[in-house]
Write a protein that binds this ligand. Structure first.
Ligand SMILES: *Cc1c(COP(=O)(O)O)cnc(C)c1O
Length: 364
C-alpha cells in the first residue's frame, strides 16, 4: 500500500489497492520447474538463422501493425477452418484483458471455474467486471450442472475455460464444454495455452459456434520470452476486437523470431512430444510415492497433493529445485504443489530431491 501521505492512496481505485500483485519469485540458480516453460533452448542449428534475421531487423521502424507475415505462418501451422481469422496479443494475458475491456458493459459478468488460471479473476478486477466463479468438484472435474445453472442465473457476457485447465492439468470433457457453449448467450473463450501437450482442440469446432473463440499462446511451446498469443475465430468478432488492440502490441523482434521458429514448428512439436513422454514417467514416479496424490494431466505440468506442502516446497528449494506452491492460495488447492515437466535430467533431480525431502520430514 502507498503511504497515507501519497496521493496514490486516495486517487487509485479501491480494488487496485486491495489487489495482491502477481508474485514471480527470483529463480536464479534453481532448477526452474515453476512456470510451465519449455526446458529446451532454441536448437543450435536455428540460432545462426535467428541471429542473422535479428541483425538485419529494422528496429528503428515501428513493427508491421498487421503482422501479416507472422499471421500467415501461424495460419500455416494451425489448420484454421475457412473464414476464420487470427488476432495477435503480447502474450495471451493481453488478450484476456482486451476481451474483458471489450465486453464490459455496465453490470456484465465474467464467469470462470475455480481453481483455474488466476488472471481471469485478476483481469475482471482490473477492468471492473463482475466476476462469477463456479467451483470444480473435489477431484477438479467440471461441475456441469452448477456451471449451467450459473450461466442461466448470471448470464455472463464472457466465459473462460482453460482446456486443459491450469493449475489442475486435466482436460474437461469436450461434450461438457460444448454444452456450456450451447447454453451461453455470452462469448465463450476456450484457452488452449497447453494445446501442444493435449489430445484435443476446439479449433476444428470454431465454425460451428458463433459465440466461440479459441485462445492460444506460444509461451508453453518454447517462446515464453517472446510474449506472443493469439485469438482464433470469426471475422465478426475479431474485426471488432482488432479496434481495441494497441497498434504495435507485438514488436519487430518477437514478430521476426516467432516467424523463424514457426518455420521449424516441427522441432517444437517434437520437444512437446518428449515432454509428454517425460510427463508420463514423472506421473508414474509420483504415483509410486505413498505420501503423494498426483492428478492426471494433459499439460506440461503435474499437480500433486502432499501433507505439509509448504515444508515440502521449502525442502525442494533448499535442494535447488523451484516448483510452484499453491498451498495457501485457493482453498481447494490446500497442500497442492505444481511441478513443470522439465528435461529428463531435471525431472530426475526433482524426484530425488522430493524423496530426500519427504524422508527428512518423516524423521521430524
Ligand atoms: C500460461 C497461461 C496463459 C498465459 O500465457 P501468456 O501468453 O504467456 O500470457 C494463459 N492461459 C493459461 C491457462 C495459462 O496457463
Amino acid at each position: 500500500m502507498p503511504s497515507a501521505s501519497s496521493p496514490a492512496s486516495t486517487l487509485l481505485r479501491r480494488e487496485i489497492l486491495d489487489l495482491h500483485a502477481y508474485h514471480v519469485p527470483d529463480s536464479a540458480g534453481y532448477i526452474k520447474l515453476d512456470a510451465m516453460e519449455n526446458p529446451y533452448p532454441v536448437p543450435s542449428a536455428l540460432r545462426g538463422e535467428i541471429a542473422d534475421a535479428v541483425a538485419a531487423a529494422a528496429i528503428n521502424r515501428y513493427p508491421d501493425p498487421a503482422a501479416a507475415s507472422l499471421k500467415e505462418k501461424i495460419r500455416g501451422v494451425l489448420g484454421l477452418p475457412d473464414g476464420m481469422e487470427v488476432l495477435l496479443g503480447n502474450g495471451s494475458d493481453e488478450l484476456i484483458q482486451l476481451l474483458a475491456m471489450a465486453l464490459n458493459k455496465p453490470g456484465a459478468a465474467l464467469l470462470g471455474v475455480e481453481p483455474s488460471f488466476v488472471m481471469y479473476r485478476m483481469i475482471a478486477t482490473f477492468t471492473g467486471m463482475r466476476y462469477v466463479s463456479v467451483p470444480l468438484t473435489e477431484d477438479f472435474s467440471l461441475d456441469l450442472p452448477a456451471t449451467l445453472a450459473a450461466i442461466r442465473r448470471e448470464q455472463p457476457a464472457l466465459i473462460f475455460l482453460a482446456y486443459p485447465n491450469n493449475p489442475t492439468g486435466n482436460l474437461f470433457p469436450a461434450d461438457a464444454v460444448i454444452q456450456i457453449i450451447e447454453a451461453a448467450q455470452g462469448l465463450v473463450v476456450v484457452d488452449e495455452a497447453y494445446y501442444a501437450f493435449a489430445g484435443d482442440s476446439f479449433i476444428p469446432r470454431l465454425a460451428r459456434y458463433s459465440n466461440l473463440l479459441v485462445m492460444r499462446t506460444f509461451s508453453k511451446l518454447g517462446m515464453a520470452g517472446l510474449r506472443l498469443g493469439f485469438l482464433a475465430g470469426s471475422a465478426a468478432w475479431l474485426e471488432q476486437l482488432e479496434k481495441l488492440r494497441l497498434p504495435y502490441n507485438v514488436g519487430v523482434l518477437p514478430q521476426l523470431v516467432a516467424g523463424k521458429l514457426l518455420e521449424h514448428h516441427g522441432v517444437l512439436l517434437r520437444q512437446a512430444e518428449q515432454i509428454k513422454r517425460d510427463r508420463a514417467k514423472l506421473y508414474r514416479q509420483l504415483s509410486e510415492i505413498a505420501a503423494v496424490r498426483v492428478y492426471p494431466s494433459e499439460a506440461n505440468f503435474l499437480l500433486f497433493r502432499v501433507a505439509h506442502a509448504t515444508e515440502v516446497f521449502d525442502g525442494l528449494k533448499q535442494r535447488g529445485v523451484l516448483i510452484k506452491n499453491l498451498n495457501g492460495g485457493h482453498p481447494m488447492l490446500h497442500d497442492c504443489l505444481r511441478v513443470t515437466v522439465g528435461t529428463g535430467d531435471e525431472c530426475a533431480k526433482f524426484v530425488s530431491a522430493l524423496h530426500d525431502t519427504l524422508t527428512q520430514l518423516a524423521q521430524g
